[in-house]
Design a protein around this ligand. Structure first.
Ligand code: PMP
Length: 346
């Protein structure tokens, strides 16, 4: 990896971050807070939350097997994605390289930040070729985006190919593991010490069942996390979200239970899809959704909408012609979907 200073935008490297009232006071046992122009009434919501979410990170660190200093918390992992562009990419000068098809926000954030987005097609089985990806980089490439299990294809990218990308690139490799709780592959956050140039993304929105609270995580070396903390809004994670996150951590054994049930349901549902007359292919998946190629995705999508069932029509995405992406629901929801599809007539 290049020295971090060469990768980070100069204005960010030299940025003097906003220092909040709660940043300046630390450690002393105080009980009278007249420092932040808050209203003294309406506790506990009258007070600003901890800007660095220290208590939450302490607990999360144990569960995720990383250090608290290796965690950034954002308003969804979407916040982490946007901040990565703002930390590393000079608008109109730098570029990023990503696989295609993949999660759409990497390109949206690149476009917002006026950063060139270079996409490299996966093969027809959505497999990654490290060499092709590395060939698309040049001296202005600051980041490579990988997503495993990948969205919308659902498959794990091959771990050895990912390692080739990490070892072959001088910049930052972002590995989005939003769906890794459903996968059997070893998560890359456990290798933070081994690979200093990775940033791993996780979220509370998928296996953890907390999409509504908007809480995402980035794991990286503490020097990179310090950069996130410099650039983020001072109080980016509100108190309600922090409370709900503690609650979710307490009930974390539910997550294992949900994952088990969803994997069983996914396999049943995928097997049933294969029997449908208009189904051409069910792609292998390591996530809580799967991609299916049908005779006419637009027509079936509209038919399902008319039945009150919404799936994701991915037919206009590269390599996904006539594909629908199906999220696994409850047994009852999955049965409703299947029974609607079984009554479908051309
Ligand atoms: N990464 C991937 C691969 C996703 O599919 C999604 C959401 N669909 C996200 C990140 C964003 O998650 P969050 O809710 O944490 O912003």
């Amino acid at each position: 990896m290049k020295p971090l200073q060469q990768l980070v935008r100069a204005n960010i490297w030299y940025l003097k971050p906003y220092s909040s009232a709660r940043d300046e006071y630390k450690g002393v046992d105080a009980s009278v807070f007249l420092d932040a122009n808050e209203n003294p009434y309406n506790a506990p919501y009258n007070r600003y939350p901890d800007p660095l979410q220290r208590d939450l990170k302490e607990e999360l660190a144990v569960i995720k097997q990383v250090l608290p200093s290796q965690i950034f918390l954002g308003n969804g992992s979407d916040e982490a994605i946007d901040l990565l562009f703002r930390i590393f990419c000079n608008p109109k000068e730098d570029n990023v390289v990503a696989i295609a098809p993949t999660y759409g926000m990497y390109k949206v954030c690149a476009d917002i930040n006026e950063v060139e987005y270079r996409s490299v097609l996966l093969d027809e089985n959505f497999a990654l070729n490290a060499e092709q990806l590395l060939n698309a980089t040049d001296q202005h490439t600051k980041m490579i985006f990988l997503c495993t299990p990948n969205n919308p294809s659902g498959n794990d990218l091959d771990r050895d190919e990912i390692i080739k990308v990490i070892n072959g690139f001088q910049g930052i490799v972002v590995i989005d593991e939003a769906y890794s709780d459903f996968s059997k592959q070893k998560p890359f956050r456990l290798d933070l010490m081994k690979y200093e140039n990775i940033v791993v993304l996780n979220t509370f929105s998928k296996a953890w069942g907390c999409a509504g609270i908007r809480l995402g995580m980035a794991f990286a070396g503490s020097e990179i996390i310090d950069l996130f903390n410099k650039v983020k809004y001072p109080y980016n994670i509100n108190l309600l979200t922090q409370h709900q996150a503690f609650d979710a951590l307490k009930r974390r054994y539910d997550v294992d239970k949900w994952v088990g049930v969803l994997m069983y349901e996914r396999n049943q549902l995928a097997a049933s899809f294969k029997e449908l007359p208009f189904c051409r292919k069910v792609y292998p998946t390591d996530a809580n959704f799967f991609l299916v190629k049908v005779d006419d995705a637009d027509v079936i999508y509209k038919y399902l909408v008319s039945c009150g069932i919404i799936v994701r029509n991915r037919s206009r995405v590269e390599l996904c012609g006539n594909c629908l992406r199906i999220t696994v629901g409850t047994t009852q929801e999955n049965n409703q979907l299947l029974s609607a599809l079984r009554s479908y007539k051309k």
